[in-house]
Design a protein around this ligand. Structure first.
Ligand code: PBG
Length: 330
């Protein structure tokens, strides 16, 4: 890098006007970068607000379809579905997870029928269906890996069958990407994308989400035996490399803003699309501060998303997606 000494070099010259600043901006957020996570519940023409996430509700499938239509019309390329499952359907073996007619699969089909142009992403993890709130099957107090992978593979194939464009394995079991990819190929789902939650940390920022899907009360213990330790960075890169080698098309770092260093390292290290998940707790913090008048909510929202682009991400999953898309359209 060449830097002319002052006064030949004056960095402020290109910051003087908005036009000059726009010309030299290195990265810019676009509506193409947004994946919108949406919570789905059973019922008809109704919705239930999520307490710690102002502006976010669990939608019945018909309202979800309307929301997907609006998102597509605003230019958002993808939505990500998270079902809130009735507690009567939760079991130890999580059988509801691969029921072709479960809430998530019905929601996928409804959206793909009505709004075919929007990409539907789904979540592959057992927690919505698990009596103990874990992402894998629990046996004698242990989250058992290989049996969980078998269940996750059945779940993934059922989601592909329902028409999901992108599967999002968020479970953090070992070997699941390779097993899913093989099963998808064998079942003829050769074009189904996998966006692996490769570097998913054992984070306290998921609190509001667990409330939203009704998993918090149930969770026995914590997820530290399968989610990534918050002190690790090299391990995140090894996990991403492993998942790409097993057949993931895209990878994710989660949470987002506290892990921007991982986003940057991952996008530098691999030529693959890296996504960040700006999770429920990050959304809740911004909303709470904005609601109190402590920060300018709209500007902080846009700045938080610009950070992911600057860190090299191909895109971001964010509960702000509709607000950002509208702001960008202005
Ligand atoms: C569960 C899952 C979680 C999130 C997405 N999928 C929570 C968890 O791992 O406990 C978190 C999303 C958020 O906090 O917004 N498989």
């Amino acid at each position: 890098m060449v830097v002319a000494p002052y006064p030949s070099g004056r960095f402020r010259r290109v910051r003087r006007t908005r036009a000059l600043r726009r010309l030299v901006r290195e990265s810019a957020l676009s509506v193409d970068d947004l994946i919108w996570p949406v919570f789905v519940r059973d019922g008809q023409d109704d919705e239930t607000p999520v307490p710690a996430m102002p502006g976010v509700s669990r939608l019945t499938v018909d309202r979800l379809v309307k929301a997907a239509r609006e998102a597509a019309d605003t230019g958002i390329p993808a939505i990500c579905l998270f079902p809130c499952i009735d507690s009567s359907l939760k079991t130890e073996q999580c059988e509801e997870a691969w029921n072709p007619d479960n809430l998530a699969n019905r929601a996928t089909r409804a959206v793909k029928d009505a709004v075919p142009e929007i990409a539907v992403m789904t979540d592959v993890a057992l927690d919505p269906y698990n009596i103990n709130g874990h992402d894998g099957i629990v046996r004698d107090g242990e989250i058992v890996n290989d049996e969980s992978v078998d269940a996750l593979v059945r779940m993934a194939v059922a989601q592909a069958e329902a028409g999901a464009d992108i599967l999002g394995p968020s479970d953090m079991m070992d070997g699941r990407i390779g097993a899913m990819r093989q099963a998808l190929e064998a079942a003829g789902h050769k074009s189904t994308c996998i966006l692996s939650y490769s570097a998913k940390y054992a984070s306290a920022f998921y609190g509001p989400f667990r409330d939203a899907v009704g998993a918090s009360g149930l969770l026995v213990g914590d997820k530290r035996t399968y989610q990534l330790d918050i002190g690790n960075s090299d391990e995140a890169l090894r996990l991403i490399e492993r998942d790409l080698a097993e057949g993931a098309d895209m990878v994710m770092v989660k949470p987002g803003m506290p892990y921007l260093d991982i986003c940057r390292r991952a996008s530098d290290a691999f030529g693959a699309p890296v996504f960040a998940y700006q999770v429920s707790g990050e959304y809740a913090m911004i909303k709470a501060a904005a609601g109190n008048g402590w920060v300018d909510g709209d500007r902080v929202m846009m700045e938080s998303l610009a950070a992911f682009k600057r860190a090299g991400c191909a895109g971001t999953l964010t509960y702000f997606a509709m607000d950002v898309a509208r702001a960008l359209a202005q």
